[in-house]
Ligand binder design. Structure first.
Ligand SMILES: Cc1cc2nc3c(=O)[nH]c(=O)nc-3n(C[C@H](O)[C@H](O)[C@H](O)COP(=O)(O)OP(=O)(O)OC[C@H]3O[C@@H](n4cnc5c(N)ncnc54)[C@H](O)[C@@H]3O)c2cc1C
Length: 396
């Protein structure tokens, strides 16, 4: 917490000028701090009167931390299908579990989903905690959170992983609150520190300009979400064996404040830019939504889907499910054609693991050319029609 000693404060205003978060204002004869404060300490360093100090509560490792062991993955089931991110979590979960020499478990909640146990075990799981009930057929965060929290409290895993998807993002913070643990969202790298077994959770911070590595030294389990397509799934091994533990959902856990009236398939489900092999992406350089008609023509020739930068989405030329990048989706197709996209870091973090990147941009200095496998410098309205023409000719 930031403490202000009004006896020492001379209301000089230096702290207010220094604060990058508008978290401190000088009122009458003393500075006042508000909720924007991030405890960055800039004001403390700059106060000539020593009137400011930050005190961090003396937190200790939770007493029973040594009883937590194992890595647990929350299996995401949508419309009765396991989301691919689950297998990616099993891939990284297996590595972490091997390093810690502990088992890897999966929590699978749903209705008539037992048929997935074999593929989850083949994907790396040692144990499946399976809860099946007609009331679990539809995802409801309060019901899923209560059940998952109970399983975590009983099994005491040291690490819990979930997908940074719409479902993961809604249920996992709820679970973290119920079990009193911290949570690192949107991790791009997870590793174990050899010396003490701590989970090191790396994620972009400050608008993607730095990568922050976060540890959770005081509470267990250590909880993290991982974006789809960031981790590689393990190669399935059908010879692997594992155990299925049946969990009985209790009446109070199934009680919910939510009534599902209808399920409507979102455009996101229909587009699914994360699961196609080729993407043709457009940015502000298209100058209007008409540019996407041209991109769709090229995409048809390549059997690709259409994606976009945030600038194109913000302009209303294409809906959000198509957005690639830090606040959009992470994609790793075999081919990514970036048309009229500058290659800002927030866009690049979402597509730089594509196998082949083709950039079309009229600015030869655009940063996208730094990550492109092939670069075409020119006006996209001249280059793309020519590409389409040549593709069509090659097919004849
Ligand atoms: C917290 C935060 C999160 C963000 N998240 C995302 C995100 O998820 N995804 C994302 O994309 N961005 C994101 N951004 C925005 C990002 O910083 C950039 O502003 C954005 O990516 C720029 O989009 P763009 O490349 O389409 O547009 P611009 O940067 O304006 O680039 C347009 C490019 O088109 C080229 N061009 C113009 N006309 C033509 C033409 N006729 N032919 C060929 N080339 C042409 C120009 O040379 C230029 O390089 C985020 C920003 C912040 C701060």
């Amino acid at each position: 917490m930031l403490y202000i000693d009004c006896e020492k404060c001379t209301a000089c205003g230096l702290c207010e000028d220094t604060c990058a978060f508008a978290a401190i204002t000088v009122q009458e004869d003393c500075a006042v701090v508000n909720d924007n404060c991030t405890l960055c300490g800039a004001c403390v360093d700059n106060c000539p009167e020593d009137a400011l100090r930050i005190e961090v509560a003396d937190k200790r490792l939770q007493e029973d931390a040594h009883t937590f062991s194992g890595v647990m993955v929350f299996a995401e089931c949508r419309h009765g299908l396991i989301a691919p991110v689950t297998y990616e979590l099993l891939g990284i979960g297996r590595k972490l579990a091997n390093q810690r020499q502990v088992p890897l478990s999966v929590v699978l909640l749903g209705h008539e989903v037992a048929n997935y146990c074999d593929s989850l075990i083949a994907g790396g799981a040692d144990t499946i905690f399976l809860a099946q009930h007609p009331s679990l057929a539809q995802f409801r965060e309060d019901v899923y959170a209560k059940l998952l929290a109970r399983i975590i409290q009983e099994q005491k895993p040291e690490v819990v992983l979930a997908g940074a998807t719409a479902i993961g993002r809604s249920v996992i913070p709820y679970v973290a609150t119920l079990v009193g643990a911290g949570l690192t969202a949107d991790c791009t790298k997870l590793e174990i520190r050899e010396e003490d077994g701590m989970l090191l959770q790396t994620r972009p911070a400050f608008g993607g300009n730095i990568m922050a590595t976060i540890e959770c030294p005081h509470t267990r389990p250590q909880m993290a979400t991982v974006r789809p397509k960031v981790m590689a799934p393990a190669t399935p091994d059908p010879a692997r064996t594992g155990t299925v533990v049946h969990i009985e959902a209790q009446e109070d856990e199934l009680h919910t404040a939510t009534e599902v009236l209808e399920t409507v398939q979102s455009e996101e489900d229909q587009v699914n830019i994360q699961e196609v092999e080729a993407l043709v992406a457009g940015g502000r350089g298209l100058t209007s939504e008409k540019g996407f008609a041209l991109l769709r023509e090229l995409a048809t020739e390549l059997n690709a889907a259409v994606a976009a930068s945030r600038a194109a989405v913000d302009a209303g030329w294409i809906p959000y499910p198509h957005q690639v990048g830090q606040t959009g989706k992470t994609v790793s197709p075999k081919l990514y054609i970036a048309c009229g996209i500058s290659g800002a870091i927030q866009h690049a973090v979402g597509m730089q693991s594509a196998e082949v990147v083709v950039a079309i941009n009229r600015d030869a200095e655009a940063p996208i050319f730094n990550i492109a496998t092939y670069g075409l410098v020119g006006d996209l309205y001249e280059v793309i029609p020519e590409l389409i023409r040549q593709l069509q000719e090659a097919k004849r």
